[in-house]
Ligand binder design. Structure first.
Ligand code: DWN
Ligand code: SAH
Length: 416
C-alpha cells in the first residue's frame, strides 16, 4: 500500500525545492520486518528519491516517513549484535575520555541515539555523568538494564534544553549513526549549540557520502538515513552556530564512515587533516550535482548486475541465501526486485527479526545459528559492512565450498 509521507520541509536549510538526482523507487521501511503474511497487503511504502542541496551541500532524501513510524517500542536494530562494533565503541569511549574529559573533574557526556547502551555503558561503569537520548523504548530498556541513564525522546532543541536544565552543559556530545537519522537539521544545530559547554566537543560519525560515491554503496540510503554527510556539508551546517570542524577522521566502520569533531570557534585548533580532507572532497566533486547524476547510472548498473548473477546461479539449480537482515539490504532487494524466488532465506542474529519476513519482498528471516546447517552453496552478504566478522565466524562455509556474494564496490563472488 503506497502511503502519504511526511514532507521534509524541516530538513532544508532554505526553502528551495530539490531536484531528484537518484530514484530508488517504491520502498518499505528499512527495518519494517513483518510478523505475518496477513500484514503484507497493508505494508507501508513510500517513494525513495534523493536530492542534492546546492546550498548546504547535503545529499538527502526528498521525502522521509514520519520518525515515529520508524523509531518506536519495537525498533529492530540492536547495536550490540556486532562484536566488532561493540569493541569499536569500547575503544572510542576510552580515547574520547582521555582526549576531552580528563581536564574536567565532573564532566557530562550526552549521546544522541544511544540504542542498547553499547557506548554509554562504558561511562556508566566508570561513574561518569551521562545521558543517552533514545526514542526507541525497547532498546532504551536494554541500555537501562546496564546502568545507562536514558531520556526516552527524540533529540531536538527542546530535548537539549531539558537536559541542560537538569544536568548543566555537556562536555562531550556524541552520536554514532544517529545524526543522519534526524530530519530537523536546524533543530540539531540549535540543540547542540544550547547544550554544549564553552570548551566542549561535539563528535559524531555517520556513513560517509564520499564512500557512497566511490563504492556506489546505494544501500546506505533508506528511510532512516535522511542525510549522507560530507566534511563540506557539516562545516556549512554548523557555521551559523559558531561551531567549526576541528577534526575529520575516516573510518572503516559500516562500510565507510566519517567521524566529525566540532568545537566552538577559536577554542581548539583544527587538525591539518581537516583541510586536506575538504580538499579531496572537492576533487571528488562532492559539491556538484553532476557527481550524483553519475552515481545514479552506476547504481542502476549495480542492481541489474546483482540480479543477473543471482538469476544465473538460480538457473543452474543453486540455492542462494543471505546473511544479515540489514536495513541496507531492504533497499537492494526492493530496488533490484529480488525476492524469495532468488534468495530463499536470510540468516540473522537479532531475536526481534527472526521468524519474520523482510520488508517489501518478504524473504523469511531465520536464526543465524541455523546457517551451519544450510545446504546453500551461495550466500549474499546483506551485511557486507561486517564482511570480516561474518567470514571469520563462518570459516567452515568457505571451507566446504560455499561462496559469498557481494555487490560493493561491484557485484562479485568473494575470492575470485
Ligand atoms: O544506522 C543504522 C545502523 C547503525 O544500523 C540504523 N539505521 C540501522 C542499522 O542498519 P543496518 O541494519 O544496515 O545495520 P548493520 O549493522 O549492517 O546490521 C547487521 C545485521 O546483521 C543485524 O541485523 C545483525 C546481523 N548480524 C548477524 O546476524 N551476524 C551481524 C553480524 C556482525 C553477525 O555476525
Ligand atoms: N548509535 C547506535 C545506534 C544507531 S541506530 C550505533 O551506532 O549502533 C540509530 C538510533 O538512533 C536508533 O536507536 C534510533 O532509535 C535513534 N534515533 C532516531 N532518531 C533519533 C532522534 N531524533 N534522537 C535520538 N535518537 C534517535
Amino acid at each position: 500500500m503506497a502511503s502519504d509521507t511526511a514532507t521534509t520541509a524541516s530538513c532544508r536549510l532554505t526553502g528551495t525545492p530539490l531536484e531528484v538526482v537518484l530514484d530508488l523507487g517504491e520502498q518499505p521501511l528499512g527495518n519494517g520486518f513483518l510478523s505475518s503474511a496477513d500484514d503484507f497487503a497493508s505494508e507501508y511504502f513510500y517513494s525513495m528519491r534523493c536530492g542534492f542541496a546546492t546550498d548546504s551541500l547535503l545529499f538527502q532524501l526528498i521525502d522521509q516517513p514520519d520518525p515515529g513510524q520508524m523509531f518506536h517500542s519495537n525498533y529492530a536494530f540492536q547495536s550490540s549484535t556486532s562484536g566488532f562494533m561493540s569493541a569499536h565503541f569500547k575503544a572510542l569511549s576510552q580515547t574520547l575520555a582521555e582526549e576531552f574529559l580528563a581536564v574536567n573533574a565532573d564532566p557530562l557526556v550526552v549521546e544522541i541515539g544511544s540504542n542498547d547502551g553499547v557506548f554509554l555503558k562504558h561511562f556508566a561503569s566508570r561513574g561518569v555523568r551521562h545521558v543517552g537520548v533514545e526514542p526507541s523504548d525497547n532498546v532504551a530498556t536494554i541500555a537501562e538494564a546496564q546502568g545507562v541513564q536514558v531520556e526516552r525522546r527524540f533529540f531536538s532543541a527542546d530535548t537539549a534544553a531539558v537536559i541542560r536544565e537538569s544536568n548543566g552543559p555537556a562536555h562531550l556530545i556524541y552520536a554514532a549513526n544517529a545524526l543522519c537519522h534526524i530530519p530537523d537539521i536546524r533543530g540539531i544545530v540549535e540543540g547542540i549549540d544550547l547544550l554544549l559547554a564553552e570548551d566542549g566537543v561535539f563528535v559524531f560519525e555517520d556513513p560517509y557520502l564520499g564512500d557512497v560515491v566511490k563504492l556506489a554503496s546505494y544501500d546506505q540510503i533508506y528511510d532512516e538515513h535522511v542525510f549522507l554527510f560530507s566534511g563540506m556539508s557539516v562545516a556549512r551546517i554548523f557555521t551559523e552556530a559558531g561551531l567549526e570542524l576541528i577534526d575529520l577522521e575516516h573510518l572503516p566502520t559500516h562500510g565507510g564512515s566519517m567521524r566529525y569533531t566540532l568545537g566552538r570557534r577559536g577554542v581548539r585548533k583544527a587538525k591539518p587533516r581537516v583541510e586536506s580532507t575538504l580538499a579531496s572532497e572537492r576533487e571528488q566533486g562532492l559539491h556538484e550535482t553532476v557527481t550524483f547524476c553519475e552515481l545514479a547510472d552506476r547504481v542502476a548498473r549495480s542492481a541489474s548486475d546483482l540480479k543477473r548473477l543471482l538469476e544465473h546461479l538460480a538457473g543452474q539449480g543453486h540455492q542462494i541465501v543471505s546473511y544479515g537482515a540489514t536495513s541496507k539490504s531492504t533497499t537492494v532487494y526492493n530496488y533490484a526486485k529480488i525476492g524469495p524466488e532468488l534468495i530463499s532465506e536470510i540468516y540473522d542474529s537479532t531475536p526481534n527479526k527472526q521468524g519474520k519476513f523482510s520488508p517489501g519482498v518478504h524473504i523469511p528471516v531465520v536464526p543465524e545459528s541455523d546457517f551451519v546447517d544450510s545446504g546453500a552453496r551461495f550466500a549474499f552478504l546483506g551485511a557486507w559492512n561486517h564482511e570480516k566478522e561474518i567470514r571469520m565466524k563462518n570459516e567452515y562455509f568457505e571451507a566446504r565450498g560455499g561462496r559469498w556474494i557481494t555487490h560493493v564496490p561491484q557485484v562479485r563472488l568473494l575470492g575470485d
